[in-house]
Design a protein around this ligand. Structure first.
Ligand code: CAA
Length: 258
């Protein structure tokens, strides 16, 4: 598959997807979203990896939605743009494999929203993150107003979105936006190391953890608990292959072969 704005490579079982529009700090426009949707829909590629790492080419991870392209938008095209962005970010959030955002530089507006749709965020100590939409008379349009408060609480989310100032990677780490910091220039390496550790775990358990956390956040804690018990039970009959291998490997003092 040929892409203009994406690069993809595989290292062992880890996929590295790089947003490749450095002349515009990887800003997201319709064409970038179309390519992302196409990549994420490619079942064969996704099934061939255990973890996906998303990063950006150049000095930015992603500097947000394309401000120049948005200048001409009408109510309908802006609505459609918001919907296509949300659809793509939901594809990331619901992908069968864990997704790590390797935040190599600016992650602003829609760029931070993309990172929030990933499961784990690793950031360069020099990265700057934020929701600057309020400075443009805009609001986050790709579910950021919903994903950010679920991650860091309403107060912190309001603070970031209402001030519209970027924060350092260190501040983002303290808030829980980012799970791991890396020295500049090593963010991909650190993310790949993390991805390698995750790739050695049970793919089925990883898929279920992701599903339980994502779906559970939309349910009452009682219903989410029931959902968890149901899936836990299934690991002992219908869905038992990897559980059997994991437990057997432990008892035989060897590494599991998933
Ligand atoms: N959209 C389109 N182009 C962008 C862009 C964006 N979001 N961010 C940067 N660029 C372009 C610049 O216009 C510039 O292009 P030219 O060389 O053609 O002028 C190029 O990328 C390099 O950018 P700068 O010269 O500005 O680089 P810098 O290092 O001086 O500053 C920055 C970096 C602080 C990130 C600055 O570029 C910036 O503030 N960008 C905008 C960030 C922003 O406001 N993002 C939110 C967008 S709105 C949004 O995302 C809404 C939504 O959720 C739907």
């Amino acid at each position: 598959m040929h892409f203009n704005y994406l690069k993809f490579e595989k290292r062992d079982k880890i996929g590295i997807l790089t947003l490749n529009r450095p002349e515009a700090l990887n800003a997201l426009n319709e064409d970038v979203f179309k390519e992302l949707a196409c990549f994420l829909d490619d079942k064969e590629t996704i099934q061939s990896i255990r973890v996906l790492v998303i990063t950006g080419e150049g000095k930015a991870f992603i500097a947000g939605a394309d401000i120049k392209a948005m200048q001409e938008y009408s109510t309908q095209t802006a609505y459609d743009f918001s919907e296509i962005g949300k659809k793509v970010f939901d594809q990331i959030a619901n992908l069968d494999v864990p997704v790590i955002a390797a935040i190599n530089g600016f992650a602003l507006g829609g760029g931070l929203e993309l990172a929030l749709s990933c499961d784990i965020r690793v950031a360069s100590e020099k990265a700057r993150l934020g929701m600057p939409e309020v400075n443009l008379g805009l609001i986050p349009g790709f579910n950021g107003t919903q994903r950010l408060p679920r991650l860091v609480g309403a107060g912190n989310a309001m603070y970031l979105m209402m001030l519209g100032e970027g924060i350092t990677a260190g501040e983002a780490y303290q808030l829980g936006v980012v799970q791991k910091l890396a020295p500049p220039e090593t963010v991909l390496e650190v993310s790949l190391e993390l991805a390698g550790k995750i790739a050695s775990k049970s793919p089925n358990a990883l898929r279920l953890i992701k599903e339980m956390v994502r779906n559970g956040l939309e349910l009452s804690s009682k219903d989410a608990g029931k959902m968890e018990s149901k899936e836990f039970g299934r690991l002992f009959k219908e869905d038992q292959k990897e559980r059997e291998e994991g437990v057997t490997a432990f008892l035989e003092k060897r590494k599991p072969n998933w």
